[in-house]
Ligand binder design. Structure first.
Ligand code: XIL
Length: 374
């Protein structure tokens, strides 16, 4: 074992010991020099990252920025690289924020992801319009290809992994009904409506042959039905030589998520390696919702039992992620947000879904997952 690796392990272990010793006080700031770091703890397993916004990194001395540099070695923009942000009008692109983000990542040896090229949400309507009516399939495809070519070419060799399409598998059928699927439809006449997806991947591959091209979706880690639908779709597209390199698991999971359910879903999608042996997984948007989807609008109480169950959800989940990494399936785990206070899940409720709290302190769950590393 190399000396610097030994030192690193020692430093992480020492920081964890300090944090876990004494009266159980775990109050280190995530940016603190002596605090353990998620990226260091998991350096032999996978990169660890977060979805951020460029205001987090504008001031290098801000605690948000220091936390990011200390804790993470992969990053994605939460909203500022989506089509509605960078391409609101057909002949106008706004790349300032995306450029700044990619520069920042390179400066700090952080792997940037691109989210997302094609999605039914946060996409401007001009993609789908011709005057007051619908655009033709040709026009929609041409605009989509132009968008992908322009964006991916700009960051060629720099953005290593793209969510080429996001959330294209529906909850109730093979393919989500969207303006993309409605207007492009079965363009090549082969009986399926995956055509906009196929063309998106081909355009991205052409623009950057070395970038990793991902199909990203939610609930494919927790619903076997949806995992099977994704399996079927990807299998079919791979058989038509669509250049899909991997599957992005958003992993917006809930407190109490059963780890065996996760294992089953990963196993279903892992079978795609029979067709594509180097298929890779990334966890792209991990958070643990403290509320059920239909829970009444009463704020949760952070009782000891509640926190224990929350921590267990994280440790159970990271146990599975570590297994996947050990088996060579997974090399990147990204949290959807920097800390509890800015999570998208604070909608109507105060939510606590992350490993870092709203004061930028590492939560107990963070220490517990780091103990699983290495
Ligand atoms: C969310 C952002 O977090 C919010 O700020 C925004 O208002 C809506 O989009 N799946 C995705 C992400 O792929 O892009 C979404 O991000 C969360 C769900």
């Amino acid at each position: 074992m190399k000396m610097n690796k030994l030192l690193r392990i020692f430093a992480v272990a020492a920081a964890l010991c300090i944090a876990l010793s004494g009266c159980g006080v775990k109050t280190q700031y995530a940016y603190g020099e002596d605090a353990p770091s998620l990226k260091d703890a998991f350096s032999d397993d996978f990169r660890v990252g977060a979805a951020i916004n460029t205001w987090d990194i504008e001031d290098p001395n801000s605690n948000n920025c220091k936390t990011i540099v200390k804790q993470f070695n992969t990053l994605v923009l939460e909203n500022e690289s989506k089509p509605e942000s960078i391409h609101p009008e057909e002949d106008r692109y706004y790349f300032d924020k995306f450029d700044m983000f990619v520069d920042f990542c390179e400066e700090h040896d952080i792997t940037p992801r691109g989210h997302t090229l094609v999605w039914h949400s946060q996409v401007p309507n001009w993609f789908f319009k011709d005057g007051n009516g619908d655009a033709s399939a040709e026009l929609v495809l041409q605009r989509m290809r132009d968008h992908i070519t322009t964006v991916v070419t700009r960051y060629k060799g720099r953005v290593k992994s793209w969510d080429v399409v996001n959330e294209v598998i529906g909850d109730d059928g093979q393919l989500r009904f969207s303006e993309w699927s409605r207007l492009v439809g079965d363009y090549d006449g082969d009986g399926d409506k995956y055509d906009f997806i196929e063309e998106a991947f081909r355009a991205a591959r052409e623009a950057d042959p070395d970038a990793r091209l991902m199909i990203n979706d939610y609930s494919i880690e927790a619903s076997e039905d949806k995992a099977i639908r994704m399996y079927t779709a990807v299998k079919q597209m791979l058989s038509e030589d669509v250049p899909i390199d991997g599957i992005g698991f958003q992993m917006h999971i809930g407190k109490g998520q059963d780890p065996d359910q996760l294992r089953k879903c990963f196993e279903i999608l892992g079978r795609l390696r029979e067709i594509k042996p180097d298929l890779i997984f990334e966890v792209t948007e991990l958070d643990v919702n403290c509320y059920g989807w239909n829970q009444p609008a009463e704020d949760v109480k952070l009782t000891k039992d509640f926190i224990k169950e929350f921590n267990k959800t994280y440790t159970d989940t990271f146990t599975v992620l570590k297994e996947l990494s050990d088996e060579g399936y997974l090399d990147s785990v990204i949290m959807w947000g920097l800390h509890d206070g800015v999570s998208w899940l604070n909608n109507g409720h105060k939510n606590y879904p992350m490993l870092i709290d709203s004061d930028l302190k590492l939560k107990e769950a963070a220490y517990e997952v780091m103990e699983l590393a290495g």
